[in-house]
Design a protein around this ligand. Sequence first.
Ligand SMILES: [Zn+2]
Ligand SMILES: [Zn+2]
Length: 182
Amino acid sequence: MERSRRLAELVPYLVPGWRLDPAQLRIVETDTVLGAYQRGQEFTLRCRRPDCSRRVALDLRAAIAAGFGDRPLAELIERLRCRHWSGCDLRETSASYPRGVPLVGYLGLPDMLVAIACIQCGQRLLLPPRAVIDRLKAARIGDGATGVRELGSVVRGPCRACRGMRFSSALVWPSWSGSRPI
Ligand SMILES: [Zn+2]
Ligand SMILES: [Zn+2]
């Protein structure tokens, strides 16, 4: 069946912190404290009560050591609430991927491309995320867990145009320009 074949195709791309979603036919984030830690995510929260304003940078490692690994992230945030008489208003202010969103997160999003550019001459290579992951794995320098920003520092040269050895990377959103991968 077409559906089960497409699911099976995704299995080799699974990395820690991500799971198969059969309904969406995509690889999605595992909603646990351990999953967030494995993905290298960082979270900051802030209580919006003017007389509290407490800031929290989630210590995922400590939470895992305390037994929260398999709990949803929301439960951990719940346990961090303050005891303000009018209720705590602790909210997530940022959930970031310091190394960029892992490439696996873009699998199956149509027309999404990853650009790898030579810093010296600007020559650009545009590839679908799946092709980038395949190349990283073949060269044993990364996989779906590689962040889209860190990718540039992982790629090996030299640039075909200028022999440059330094690259930058970014996600290219679908556009109507009709440009195709090269
Ligand atoms: Zn508070
Ligand atoms: Zn170059």
